[in-house]
Design a protein around this ligand. Structure first.
Ligand code: NAP
Length: 350
């Protein structure tokens, strides 16, 4: 299979090169870059290793002679699958030549919000391709597996939404929750991408933490709300993200009131039933999850604890893997009928 990676020099693009480089079903990788077309992949990303042959990537980038290519060149290679690791408001536009020809997995937010008015509210901009939305599947693998199998356009979820929705969706679906869901989420700095901004400098972020863009002012509130309210329209979402001095990793603590009669056992049953066959969702019950345990893995670890009618849910992911590139490859595996775990790590790295 031929896979193109658009925006291959950004963080999620770099992780995609690593995962696809060791994926047994990918025979060719087409690294696409607007800034580095014509340059060797190794010179743009030395972390891939000095000996590309050893990593298997030399063979896989033979089509492009080991170099990054432009978008126009990539179109001519006719990839089976295109991963777009581009910024929102650029991604859907630049994927245009591939729609209808390749399976497109968009890591940006461009196609995630089903209601164009809601997209405008979250992103302050018209939805880029409302005409495509009826054919788009929201690629939260564990919840939309059957739809993903039949779709050629997959909107890969955001990192905060992935970690937040996985523990909540089964409970909202069963009308077990009530009122306002309060989500306190901590993200590593790579969640903001590789761009140069003062607030992302080491000197600004080390030994420092803060909340930012609380409530509706954060773009992911709309995406989380979409997935919760479609399961239980009576619920409200209050999302409070924080930046923490980690390179990678995301920890979410969600607090919500439960309906009368709901206890930890009922929560466990709902989560077990939903994720029984999900290789990347691990239910830890009361052992609180840590970001370190999922570093480099495509796992989401979930725990819960109840006091009175207040339920606390705890979830962790690696924002660059289950929160982005790993889930994108999981989507590819599901779409092409490949074993869901192929090329992806279940275990975390030390
Ligand atoms: N970082 C995360 O944890 C995370 C998690 C979930 C989803 N996402 C989403 O995934 C996408 C990529 O994120 P990222 O963190 O990898 O971002 P990034 O590190 O900033 O990389 C984005 C890449 O896109 C290309 N690019 C940037 N501006 C462009 C423009 N105006 N026109 C065309 N290409 C442009 C550049 O690559 P080239 O120069 O090589 O083309 C750039 O390196 C974003 O939509 C982001 O919201 C990120």
């Amino acid at each position: 299979m031929k896979a193109a990676v658009l925006g291959c020099t950004g963080y999620t693009g770099m992780i995609l090169l690593r995962i696809l480089g060791s994926h047994p079903d990918i025979k060719s990788i087409i690294p696409v870059s607007s800034s580095k077309a014509g340059k060797s992949v190794l010179s743009t990303d030395p972390g891939l290793g000095a000996d590309l042959d050893k990593s298997g990537l030399a063979g896989k980038t033979a089509l492009t002679r080991g170099c990054c290519v432009s978008l126009d060149q990539a179109v001519r290679f006719e990839p089976d699958v295109v991963f777009s690791a581009l910024p929102h408001l650029e991604s859907a536009k630049l994927c245009t030549p591939f729609f209808g020809k390749s399976v497109v997995i968009d890591l940006s937010a461009d196609l995630r919000i089903r209601n164009p008015a809601a997209f405008q509210k979250s992103y302050g901009h018209d939805a880029p391709r409302p005409d495509l939305l009826p054919s788009v599947v929201y690629g939260l693998c564990e919840l939309y597996r059957e739809d993903i199998k039949g779709s050629d356009i997959i909107a890969n979820p955001g990192c905060y939404p992935t970690a937040t929705i996985l523990p909540l969706a089964p409970l909202a679906q069963r009308s077990m929750l009530k009122g306002t869901i309060i989500i306190n989420a901590l993200s590593g700095i790579s969640g903001a991408g590789k761009k140069a901004e003062t607030m992302l400098l080491y000197g600004e972020r080390t030994e420092n933490t803060c909340a930012y863009s609380p409530g509706k002012s954060h773009r992911h509130t709309g995406e989380i709300t979409q997935e919760i309210v479609k399961r239980d329209a009576s619920l409200n979402v209050l999302f409070i993200p924080h930046l923490v001095p980690l390179k990678r990793g995301m920890a979410v603590t969600t607090t919500v009131h439960v309906q009368p009669g709901i206890d930890e056992t009922a929560v466990e049953e709902a989560l077990e039933e939903t994720y029984r066959d999900a290789p990347f969702v691990h239910l830890l019950k009361s052992r609180l999850p840590e970001t370190r345990d999922v570093w480099g893995s495509n796992r989401c670890d979930i725990a819960w604890y109840q006091e009175g009618d207040i339920l606390m849910l705890f979830s962790v992911i690696d924002n660059l893997v289950k929160g982005a590139s790993g889930q994108a490859v999981q989507n590819m595996n599901i779409r092409f009928g490949i074993e869901e775990t192929r090329g992806l790590r279940v275990h975390g790295e030390l």
